[in-house]
Design a protein around this ligand. Structure first.
Ligand code: NDP
Length: 293
């Protein structure tokens, strides 16, 4: 059993990287006489999306990235949304386009995402970018799994040779997470809702990334002593006195003194996701300048 559990502080890692990013953005501005630009498109009035978008826009400003914040009513048609994306694809000041998901009912998220040029896709979610990732030639990797890799790197956790389990197989988290761990020479298993005896699978792993989207799904008995546990889940749940609080997919209080290392919720993977969005935007800006596109 690990006596102490290291808390992998994603907020701290993101802050350190934000300062470094600010310097890189200044260099970019000096070299090309413009700022990198990120367009954030929000459709409808989902309150959670509103908060996420506000955080993204504020983060852009803090790093010197120009943000284009575009809001459209839920009544926008698929055709109008795609036309907007086409205009942003053609706008030379825009290096990255993000369509905040989920979209209101009636709009096709896959079609909207695929409309973004892969060269302007800082989320790394177009099939073009996911394909490059799978081929080992990533332009940009999806932000959340990339953020997990950067946390591990910051804390000098070398995953080479480790047995890693990723719980979840979404395109946005689980699959690219598995691919990034594989590229770093971990031996990777992907678990999902049809996995039999999940506990046996996770208990065998040195490193477990939990992205099941189920509040407090896994606890102490699901991990071997000394495991490294990355909790990607984020949920707002009811708390005492009608208040609510955030929790992850892991019952983290059970893991203190049991796991070797653990990401907290909040303050773990979440802050890194936004930071990676900014870093990916700068990467795309630099690529566009170099290739003159
Ligand atoms: P999805 O709902 O798209 O995917 C969840 C995955 O978990 C699916 O593959 C599903 O399996 C699997 N799963 C569900 N229940 C179980 C179970 N009981 N046992 C094993 N596997 C299970 O979610 P996302 O990947 O988009 O997100 C996952 C979590 O991460 C969510 O809580 C989300 O809020 C959070 N998140 C956090 C971010 C951050 O910045 N911190 C960013 C993005 C997401 P199947 O495929 O069989 O259905």
């Amino acid at each position: 059993m690990s006596k102490t559990t290291a808390i992998l502080d994603g907020k701290l890692v993101a802050q350190a990287r934000r300062a470094a990013l600010g310097e890189k953005v200044s260099l970019f501005r000096r070299a090309y006489s413009r700022s990198p630009g990120l367009a954030v498109v929000r459709v409808g009035s989902d309150p959670a999306s509103e908060i996420y978008v506000r955080h993204k826009v504020e983060a852009c400003e803090s790093a010197g990235i120009k943000s284009f914040h575009i809001e459209k009513p839920a009544t926008i048609s698929q055709e109008e949304l795609e036309k907007l994306i086409d205009e942003l694809n053609a706008n030379p000041d825009v290096d990255g386009i993000l369509v905040q998901l989920p979209l209101p009912k009636g709009l096709n998220e896959t079609k909207a995402t695929e409309r973004i040029l892969p060269s302007k896709d800082p989320d790394g979610l177009t099939s073009g970018n996911l394909g490059l990732l799978l081929a080992g030639r990533a332009r940009v990797a999806p932000c959340t799994p990339l953020g997990v890799m950067k946390i591990l790197e910051h804390y000098k956790i070398d995953v080479e040779g480790l047995s890693a389990v990723v719980v979840g197989r979404s395109n946005i988290v689980g699959k690219p997470m598995a691919q990034l761990l594989l590229e770093s020479n971990a031996t990777v298993t992907i678990a999902h809702s049809k996995t039999k005896n999940l506990r046996d699978v996770t208990r065998a792993a040195d490193l477990v990334v939990v992205a099941a989207g189920k509040p407090r799904l896994l606890g102490k008995d699901d991990f071997k002593p000394g495991a490294i546990v990355i909790d990607v889940g984020i949920h707002r749940v009811a708390h005492d006195g009608g208040k609510s609080k955030l929790c992850g997919d892991v019952r983290s209080e059970e893991l203190l003194g049991h796991a070797k290392a653990l990401t907290p919720v909040p303050g773990g993977v979440g802050p890194m996701t936004i930071q990676m969005l900014l870093e990916n935007t700068l990467t795309l800006s630099e690529l566009r300048q170099k290739r003159n596109i």
